[in-house]
Design a protein around this ligand. Structure first.
Ligand code: ARG
Ligand code: ZN
Ligand code: CA
Length: 304
């Protein structure tokens, strides 16, 4: 009887141990019950300053469609594409992104919205956050769509500002490290138009991996170095620990004498080096998609 009580007590103490607990920096990430392909509607808001269609920030439909295809090659680790890897920890996320076919009013759409704007049209009460600014001009509810804005930054921002994303609300560890939307405010992904899709720009960020990286953040992934701490970084056991941004195209040794996974999408390397989401990263993203507010609702969106 005593034994039973002790076992019960341990079981209870274990179940009360929240994943955020500091004594438990690498809790098991809940494994998704299946490999069901999760399809998510996205809308691309092409923000521009009045350029002709296909010129500069007014990106062509072809370039946008190819970018979404690259995103899917990467998330599905699709064979015969740059998104494939045969790394032992590499995984197919079984997540696919689809340009929305129905808009918030229930009308058919291409999932691409073009919006000419002037920043000085912004009312002064709009908070000075890029997500809020672009959302003022063009935004679809984040419970039903992932909003992606391509931003018309000038050429001298190329290779300096790439993109940013708001992170989810989650009980997974590391939640505090995400950039959060304002309460009830806009969320989504902003990508410098120059880094959206494939192009011949110099600097190695020309293969569409900025969106793959930002989508990782949107679905709950941290940089592999997290808060730059060898013990608690990205809360994924299968990405070798590092305590500083990974930018190298050559393998090197990180924390614990382990070789750094330079090919991970959640690094700062050039696009051609990236091709791995790991099993733990996939588990985090699927957990977020199944549980987080304004993420779980995407799975039953009217937008598809
Ligand atoms: N600096 C950005 C971020 O932390 C984007 C990095 C994207 N990297 C790339 N190779 N495209 O979210
Ligand atoms: Zn990042
Ligand atoms: Ca790790």
């Amino acid at each position: 009887m005593k034994k039973v009580i002790i076992v019960l007590f341990i079981a209870l103490a274990w179940s009360c141990n929240t994943p955020d607990s500091e004594t438990d920096p690498l809790p098991n990430i809940p494994k998704d019950p299946d490999n069901e392909v999760l399809r998510i509607p996205v809308v691309v808001h092409v923000m521009h300053n009045g350029e002709e269609y296909g010129v500069g920030p007014n990106l062509s439909n072809e370039r946008i469609i190819r970018q979404i295809e690259i995103l899917n090659e990467d998330f599905r680790r699709r064979e015969g594409t740059r998104g494939f890897n045969d790394h032992p920890e590499g995984a197919d996320a079984h997540i696919e992104f689809v340009l929305a076919s129905t808009d918030p009013q229930g009308n058919p759409t291409s999932g691409i919205v073009r919006r000419q704007f002037e920043l000085d049209e912004l009312p002064s009460n709009i908070p000075n956050l890029e997500f809020e600014r672009y959302a003022f001009f063009s935004y679809w509810g984040s419970s039903d769509y992932i909003n992606i804005w391509t931003a018309p930054y000038p050429n001298d921002y190329t290779n300096i500002i790439l993109g940013q994303a708001t992170g989810p609300d989650t009980d997974l560890p590391g939640d505090k490290l995400f950039q959060k939307p304002l309460t009830g405010g806009a969320e989504g992904i902003v990508i410098n138009w120059a880094h959206f899709g494939e192009s011949d720009i110099e600097g190695g960020r020309n293969l569409g991996r900025t969106l793959t990286h930002e989508m990782g953040h949107y679905l709950g992934l941290l940089h592999t170095w997290g808060a730059r701490d060898c013990e608690a970084n990205d809360y994924c056991e299968d990405t070798p620990a590092v305590n500083e941004p990974v930018t190298s195209s050559e393998p090197y040794i990180g924390c614990d004498g382990e070789e750094v996974m330079i090919g991970n999408y959640m690094n700062y390397t050039s696009d051609e080096v990236m091709n791995i989401f790991t099993k733990d990263q996939v588990s985090r993203m699927r957990y977020v998609l199944r549980n987080s507010p304004r993420r779980v609702s995407l799975l039953n969106s009217e937008g598809l």
